[in-house]
Design a protein around this ligand. Structure first.
Ligand code: RNT
Ligand code: ZN
Length: 418
């Protein structure tokens, strides 16, 4: 008997149908963040180093510097990763060329600047999420949507509105919803004299952006909170309370987004998921790995990642109410491996969750001993055999079978990039 069939029998004994789990996982879209491929630089500005509260560290060779290179790199990741993928683009990845009139600033970008990305997605059957880029730009003063300077605010509000139109275009062209995430690094390095002014302006600015017409069934604007960033240690305008309150007060046009790198180190997003789902029909996630702070390390198959996916599965049965996206950027290692490891790990964690029996009844009858015993026993079940079967069904390489091809690509292509 094959290892998969043996594993299937073992899982059947604890009430799990592995075929159903595999089938379910295949259809869960996970948004792949284009920005791991070029250290969050994009193509619209000359970026020497990032600004606006985020930072990439490392200087590994082979970063993509053109849309063609980034697309080629993404293609490798797509081939090496099982399941349903979406692309996740930032506005700074607009493609300007002679055919579409050349460069324009961020307040003037249009759907046509993303036509090549639409073609890329169409050819691969992908949906696409989108993000306005409120950082690494001369119009950060350093604030954006919360700036006291009207000209600055208007520029960034116009950028946000342009992004709503582009998101609507992406959703319509690709026939899938487009999650459009609003994150800014607005904040202060030291204790502010005025904490409420920036937040009041931020609220008004997001109101204005969301007054741009869009279909909420197709475009899902989000507000992402943050606790602090490099250079803005003392105060973040879009704090957790601000962002959650904004989303709660604007449920007809906005959903909350939690990035698990954006909380105090002992807080866990896994526990926040069910809390939010009691109040919000839909929520969005950025899955990352914080080490001590929002360090955006590659997602590993660690306990909190598994706890996050367990909650997604328990609370929603993967019905799409939780929008799953990756958000990390490690510039110190091979970027294709970084992308692939993180994406495969989120898939693995979801599969583990699908292979875990629902023990709600045990909890409701106060059988806490049995919950502990069963939870620990599951850890030695033959998960790897089901994962291997999932990879085979998705026609992607198994663990231990893909890294050689990335090394080859590095030798032949990445190492030759200037
Ligand atoms: C930054 C936020 C934000 C960005 C991306 C590039 O701390 O997590 O989501 O990482 O938009
Ligand atoms: Zn994020």
């Amino acid at each position: 008997m094959s290892r998969y069939l043996e594993a299937k029998e073992m899982y059947a004994k604890i009430g799990i149908d592995t075929d159903i789990a595999i089938e379910k996982l295949m259809n869960v879209p996970i948004a792949l963040h284009c920005w791991q491929g070029d250290d969050v630089r994009g193509f619209d500005q000359k970026v020497d180093s990032l600004s606006g509260g985020i930072q990439t560290t490392g200087n590994y060779p082979g970063r993509a510097t053109t849309p063609e290179q980034l697309m080629a790199d993404l293609d490798i990741v797509l081939k090496l990763s099982p399941g349903t993928k979406k692309l996740n683009l930032h506005a700074c990845y607009a493609i300007f060329d002679d055919e579409n009139g050349g460069w324009v600033d961020r307040d003037k970008i249009e759907p046509k600047h993303f036509k090549k990305w639409v073609d890329f997605c169409k050819e691969r059957g992908l949906g696409c999420d989108f993000n306005p880029t409120f950082f690494s730009h001369p119009m950060c003063d350093p604030l954006t949507l919360s700036s006291p300077n009207e000209k600055t605010r208007k520029f960034w509000i116009d950028h946000g509105k342009a992004c709503i139109r582009i998101s609507q275009y992406l959703a319509e062209e690709l026939g899938q919803e487009c999650v459009m995430n609003i994150w800014t690094g607005d904040g202060f390095k030291d204790i502010p004299a005025d904490r409420i002014g920036p937040r009041a302006r931020y609220k008004e600015a997001i109101d204005e952006i969301l007054s741009e017409p869009f279909d909420f069934n197709k475009v899902k604007p989000c507000v992402e909170s943050k606790v602090f960033g490099i250079g803005v240690e003392a105060y973040t305008v879009g704090s957790a309370e601000f962002s959650l309150s904004y989303a709660a007060a604007n449920k007809d046009k906005c959903i909350p987004l939690m990035d698990n790198g954006h909380y105090h180190p002992t807080e866990v997003v896994s526990d926040k998921i069910p809390a939010l789902l009691v109040f919000f029909p839909e929520i969005a996630l950025h899955i990352t790995r914080p080490i001590r702070w929002d360090s955006d390390h590659v997602v590993l198959l660690d306990d909190e990642t598994k706890e996050i996916t367990k909650e997604i599965v328990r609370c929603t049965d993967l019905d799409g109410r939780v929008k799953i996206a990756l958000d990390y950027f490690d510039a110190s290692i091979n970027r294709i491996s970084a992308w692939t490891v993180g994406l495969r790990n989120v898939q693995k964690a979801l599969l583990i969750a699908l292979l875990t029996p629902d023990m709600t009844n045990l909890q409701n009858s106060n059988n806490f001993t049995e919950i502990m015993v069963r939870t620990e026993d599951i850890k030695t079940m033959p998960f790897g055999d089901v994962w291997a079967e999932y990879c085979r069904k998705c026609d992607v390489p198994l663990d231990n079978e893909w890294f050689e091809s990335v090394k080859k690509y590095e030798n032949e292509i990445l190492s030759k990039r200037g």
